[in-house]
Design a protein around this ligand. Structure first.
Ligand code: AMP
Ligand code: GLY
Length: 440
């Protein structure tokens, strides 16, 4: 069965691998060559803009694909799924209307409010500075988060204490958003531990995958600027030491309500992957945001341990008869990203990278290419995350050890976080939860 995959990062490398493992023949449409995906596609690739919908559907038609799987949010947010469906190519990925769950934070928060979904938090929308000072006073400036409405690649959110230190900072950032013709969401700052919960959705049924925790800060000890995600981990029992199965089932039910609300609001059904970013807080499990796609790096924690057939899952999503049980192996995973020196502020591009794939294999680790340039067989950095390595093992300690060793098989002007998935970090997060909840 030929399947069209759109995208070219490490997430799509993991999606391609899962589709091939499920018996699919993957044809990839990428904005630039990913050598890992190209290898899995046996040359069935095309390079072009991910918003050139006619080129993408022509490539799909030429390869007589049965359906398409979309990796990134940006093309979905401008209607890729609608365009492919108009050419009779079914899509695992939401339509432009449903994609607003990620592409508009205002749509998402208002939807949760209108349908009285409990995990929503206090927020208000502003189109001018009027009323902002009052709202900030009402919730207390030290509880403020400011977000622009649209897609910002994870870099638009400013949080009190991290990026905002005075009322003046808040007003200045709001003005900056308005200057770019943006609308503003101001919401209550949550205190707790974040977790990622990615579900498969066929419009009605919502099936969950293992819980993952991403690490967004650039440097060890959760310091430095926010990034797209420096690495992530998951535990063998598919939970976190501070997230129990009751928390997960609650989050799943909340997502089920959201999927219903989207259908009522848009008159369209949500099909694809739905990424819930939640925080466990003293007030319960709360929604930080929704993404309309697989996470990156989280895809690397989840898809390689999926034992059910991923092609069958995608087919069920399209046909609307998604059913479990989904099977995942009871393994812990640790994913670490190697990123260019200077990332994310002033990343050093065009630096040579040497990858010892045999060594990575012999360690039992896995390798996923992200944003790199290949010229005459030589790999170079670009300005984004370069390569992800993954350790899978019975325990998180072993998985971390495998991933860390694998980083040593890659040379170049790169750095990574050595603390992701370590016992020390997980214990720190667990203690944080105990401190704010008084219990777990
Ligand atoms: P987002 O792009 O909405 O995921 O935000 C990026 C990051 O900002 C999240 O992963 C959180 O770490 C942080 N963040 C966003 N919203 C909140 C909130 N209401 N309270 C605390 N932190 C938040
Ligand atoms: N891991 C963060 C994201 O995929 O948005």
């Amino acid at each position: 069965m030929n399947i069209l995959l759109i995208g070219n990062g490490a997430r799509e490398h993991a999606l391609a691998e899962a589709l091939v493992r499920g018996g699919g023949t993957v044809c990839a449409y990428m904005s630039k060559m990913n050598p890992g995906i190209a290898k899995l596609c046996q040359g069935k690739v095309e390079i072009g803009s991910l918003t050139n919908f006619s080129a993408i559907s022509e490539f799909g038609e030429k390869n007589q694909v049965k359906f398409a799987v979309v990796g990134p949010e940006a093309p979905l947010a401008v209607g890729l799924a609608d365009a492919l469906q108009a050419q009779d190519i079914p899509v695992v990925g939401p339509t432009i209307e449903c994609a607003q769950l990620e592409s508009s934070k205002i749509f998402a928060r208002n939807l949760l409010k209108k349908y009285e979904i409990e995990s929503n938090i206090e927020f208000e929308i502003f189109q001018s500075l009027e009323g902002i000072a009052d709202f900030v006073t009402k919730i207390g400036k030290e509880h403020v988060v400011v977000k622009p409405d649209g897609l910002t690649g994870g870099k638009g959110v400013k949080v009190w204490g991290d990026h905002l230190h005075s009322e003046e900072d808040i007003m200045k950032y709001c003005q900056e958003i308005l200057d770019q013709n943006g609308r503003i969401v101001i919401e209550e700052k949550l205190e707790g531990e974040e977790f990622t919960y990615i579900c498969f959705v066929d419009g009605e049924h919502v099936l969950g995958t293992p819980i993952v925790q991403d690490n967004k800060r650039a440097y060890n000890g959760d310091t430095g600027p926010n990034t797209g995600g420096m690495g992530s981990y998951s535990m063998a029992n598919h939970l976190m030491p501070f997230i129990n199965s009751g928390d997960v089932e609650y989050a799943r039910q909340q997502m089920e309500l959201v999927v219903k609300a989207v259908a009522q609001e848009t008159k369209e059904v949500y099909k694809g992957f739905l990424y819930g970013q939640f925080m466990k807080t003293p007030k319960g499990i709360k929604v930080v945001e929704f993404n309309i796609r697989f996470g990156d790096p989280e895809a690397m924690n989840i898809l390689p341990i999926l034992e059910s057939n991923f092609v069958d899952i995608c087919t069920q999503i399209i046909e609307g008869n998604l059913h479990g049980p989904l099977k995942f192996s009871e393994k812990a995973t640790v994913c670490k990203y190697l990123v260019p020196e200077g990332y994310p502020v002033s990343p050093k591009a065009n630096a040579k990278i040497m990858v010892d794939e045999d060594k990575i294999d012999s360690l039992g680790a896995k390798l996923y290419y992200a944003s790199i340039n290949e010229e005459e067989g030589i790999l170079y950095t670009s300005t984004s995350r370069a390569i992800a390595v993954l350790g899978i093992a019975d325990t998180i300690e072993e998985a971390e050890n495998i991933a860390e060793k694998a980083t040593q098989a890659i040379e170049g002007s790169l750095f990574h976080r050595t603390d992701i998935g370590t016992t020390a970090v997980i214990e720190k997060r667990t203690q944080h939860m105990v401190d704010i909840l008084d219990h777990l």
